[in-house]
Design a protein around this ligand. Structure first.
Ligand code: FNR
Length: 188
């Protein structure tokens, strides 16, 4: 079976990141039709259009990874009611140089994760706003806001309750359909 290649982006650089733990859980729960790979964003030099004359190798490699993907999964914390700078930088790097937007047309999905009760809603929707501009059709439903996330994992990073596991599994099943539908639509 041909699998869809999904690039996974995590908006936190912390070793013990709850978002990274969630991303790993999502990857483990994904259906067979998806092949998922974490793409690191922490080493990307800050976007500066002056550098486009000789783009940093990290930008080139990152853009190539986006272009090679069939779909995009974003798992993000909320910083000050928005997307962490490191993830916004990655979006900006991938969107340029002008006319060569690597994100263009790739189906995506957004999950926000927070130890708080508002569950990263602000970051989730700020990210969706940027995705509209870079032409990533982001899955509308189901939405995924994981709140109180510190209680969701044990010390080894495993999910502690079945209802979250079931929800994340159904989220990934819906995402697989979203990728399939959008890919076929574009090919038609
Ligand atoms: C936060 N945090 C936070 N949480 C939230 O729900 N809404 C917010 O606006 C913010 N703002 C914020 C700003 C900054 C600069 C930091 C460092 C943190 C708390 C945040 O959700 C918490 O640190 C998470 O654990 C971050 O995600 P990871 O690193 O665990 O994946």
């Amino acid at each position: 079976m041909n699998k869809y290649k999904i690039a996974v982006f995590v908006g936190s650089l912390r070793k013990e990141s709850l978002n990274l733990k969630t991303a790993k859980a999502l990857m483990a729960l994904a259906p067979e039709s998806l092949s998922l790979e974490l793409v690191s964003i922490g080493e990307l030099p800050l976007f500066n259009e002056d550098l486009e004359e000789t783009p940093p190798r990290e930008w080139e490699d990152f853009r190539a990874k986006i272009r090679a993907a069939d779909g995009l999964l974003f798992v993000t914390p909320e910083y000050n009611r928005s997307v962490p700078g490191v993830l916004k930088n990655a979006i900006d790097v991938g969107s340029r140089p002008y006319g060569e937007n690597s994100w263009d047309g790739k189906p995506g999905a957004v999950v926000s994760v927070s130890p708080g009760s508002i569950s990263g809603f602000g970051a989730n929707h700020h990210l969706r706003q940027s995705l509209v501009f870079v032409n990533v059709p982001a899955m509308a439903q189901p939405e995924a806001y994981l709140g109180d996330a510190a209680s969701l994992f044990d010390e080894s990073g495993n999910l502690t309750n079945d209802s979250t596991k079931d929800f994340l599994k159904s989220f990934m099943e819906a995402f697989a359909k979203w990728v399939d539908t959008n890919t076929k639509k574009q090919a038609a």
